[in-house]
Design a protein around this ligand. Sequence first.
Ligand SMILES: Cc1cc2nc3c(=O)[nH]c(=O)nc-3n(C[C@H](O)[C@H](O)[C@H](O)COP(=O)(O)OP(=O)(O)OC[C@H]3O[C@@H](n4cnc5c(N)ncnc54)[C@H](O)[C@@H]3O)c2cc1C
Length: 263
Amino acid sequence: EVVDRDADSVIVRAGAGVEWDRLVEWCVDKGFGGIENLSYIPGDVGAAPVQNIGAYGVEFNDVFVKCDAVLIEDGREVCFGKEDCGFDYRNSIFKQELKNKAIITFVYIKLQLKPVFKLDYGNVKTALKGYGEASLSNIRKAIIEIRRTKLPDPAKFGNAGSFFKNPIVDIELLKNIQKEYDDVPFYESSDKAKVKIPAAWMIDKLGWKGRVSGKAAVHKDQALVLINLGGASGTEIYQLSQSIERDVKDKFDISLEREVSLI
Ligand SMILES: Cc1cc2nc3c(=O)[nH]c(=O)nc-3n(C[C@H](O)[C@H](O)[C@H](O)COP(=O)(O)OP(=O)(O)OC[C@H]3O[C@@H](n4cnc5c(N)ncnc54)[C@H](O)[C@@H]3O)c2cc1C
C-alpha cells in the first residue's frame, strides 16, 4: 500500500510474504518507478534486503527507506533505517551480524512518479527496442525477456541464480588481465581505484560454460549459474564450484566469493 506521497514520489509499504515480482508488477502498473529493472527476480519481499538484491544497474538499497522486523531472541519489534542495514553489493547486516536473528515483516520503499530510467546496463537498450519507447512497462517487459532467455527456469533445473559475486578488484589487476585479454569487460565501482569484473566472463573464458560434472553443470547460456541436472547432491554442486574457483584463482589471480549461502 502507498503510505505517503508528495509531488515527485511515493512511499510503498509491502509485506515480507508478498512475492517480489508481484510487488514490481504492481508498482509498474501504478506508474511508480525505481524497481522495474529488478523485475522477475524470484523470491519474496522479505528476502530482498537480506542480500540487497540487484540487477541491471539497480540495487534494492537504491529505493529502500526502512523495514520493520521482529528480533527472534526476545520477540521485540524493531525498525531498521537505511544506515542500520549495512547495505553493500549482495550483502547487508541481515546476511552478517543479524543472520537468522531478525525476521523482516514489512519493507518501505521510495519510488518516483517521474522516474529516470536506467538503461545502460548489459543489453537492456537493445531488448527495449523490441517493445517501443522507454516506459516502466516496456522496461519491465524487456528485462523479463532478457531473463527468460538467459537464465534457467528453476522449475526445470534447480538453481540459485548467480552462484558467485562479480569480484571488485584493483585497477592494477585489471591492467594485468588486459595484457592477455584486451576484451575483458569491467564496470566502475564506488571505489574509484577498483573495478567490477563479471565473474561470468572469467568462467566462460576458462571453458566452464555448459560443462557438465556428474549431475551438476554450469548453465550453457549463463556461466554464473550452476544447475542441478536432476539428483545432484549439495556436495556435487559445491565441488563443481570449488573447481571453478580454483581455475579462476590460477588464471586471473582473483578469489571468487560466493553469492549463495551454504547451508
Ligand atoms: C533463477 C534465479 C535468478 C536470480 N536472479 C537474481 C538477481 O538477478 N539478483 C539477485 O540479487 N538475486 C537473484 N537471485 C537470488 C534470489 O532470487 C534472491 O536472493 C531472493 O531475494 C531470494 O528470495 P527468497 O524469498 O527465495 O529467499 P530465501 O532463499 O528463502 O532466503 C534467502 C535468505 O534470506 C533470509 N530471509 C528470507 N526472508 C526473510 C525475512 N522475512 N526476514 C529475514 N530474513 C529472511 C533467509 O533466512 C535466507 O538467509 C536469483 C535466484 C534464481 C533462482
